[in-house]
Design a protein. Structure first.
Length: 243
């Protein structure tokens, strides 16, 4: 698959351009992080890739899958349990909305990733894909906080095909995608749409050709349009006042 070499070469170029010495990637045990770890290893070799496993009241299966991909790639691994610091945050903060509380987890992971990146002069690889980026399905300054985004131009369905080509273990590919924000949470359940339908709809919005998605209710199409529009601020740098 030519795209594998293209992305791997791009990662290597970005690391060299930044005069960095390697890459750190958060291993969640999910599809996207597994694909990104594989691409990083192909780009720089296993000695210059660090996988961080950062459980925070997570499903234990996710951690098992994170170690599974680390062993497959023979990359270095650090485990940093964030349960205690997360719990302490909830103790000292006033009560808040469920989403504000859930977003603490990815923001703690971002802090941890950059701690190791700063210590090692590594770059932080983001794991977001185009489907999630376009609708703003990521936490600003959480999993959205990274140095480079290797999968940022690939829809979720394309990432899945890439995973098969990279021989990601089948149990990871077939597992329902989840950010692990709360027990039983799944990405598709939260979005309210399967990734397959979301990808087809996003392609239709980009091209203006909606014949392929006429099976979807108008309110679903309108909802995704609103998500794309309202999440623009998450994809942009903070605006700077100009004198």
């Amino acid at each position: 698959m030519e795209i594998i070499k293209e992305i791997s070469d791009w990662i290597k170029h970005k690391v060299e351009e930044a005069k960095a010495e390697g890459i750190v990637v958060g291993l969640s045990g999910g599809l996207d992080s597994s694909v990104v770890a594989c691409l990083a290893e192909k780009s720089l070799g296993n000695s210059k890739v660090l996988g961080l496993i950062m459980p925070c009241h997570n499903n234990s299966l996710d951690e098992e899958h994170a170690y599974l991909i680390a062993r497959k790639l023979n990359i270095k691994v650090e485990r940093v349990a964030l349960n205690t610091v997360y719990d302490k945050f909830l103790e000292i903060l006033p009560s808040g909305k469920d989403m504000a509380i859930a977003n603490i987890k990815p923001r703690l992971r971002m802090i941890t990733l950059y701690y190791f990146a700063n210590n090692l002069n590594y770059l932080v690889l983001g794991t977001g894909n185009k489907s999630e980026i376009l609708i703003g399905y990521f936490t600003k300054y959480g999993d959205g906080g990274c140095d480079i985004l290797p999968l940022g131009e690939l829809l979720k369905s394309e990432v899945r095909e890439l995973a098969k080509e990279l021989k990601i273990p089948e149990e990871i590919i077939k597992k329902p995608p989840s950010a692990g924000l709360w027990e039983g949470q799944t990405d598709e359940g939260e979005i309210g749409l399967s990734y397959r339908d979301l990808d087809r709809l996003l392609l239709a919005i980009e091209s203006g050709e909606f014949e392929e998605v006429n099976f979807l209710p108008k309110e679903t199409v309108d909802k995704v349009r609103r998500l794309v529009e309202s999440s623009k601020h998450k994809r942009a740098s903070a605006p700077i006042f100009k004198r």
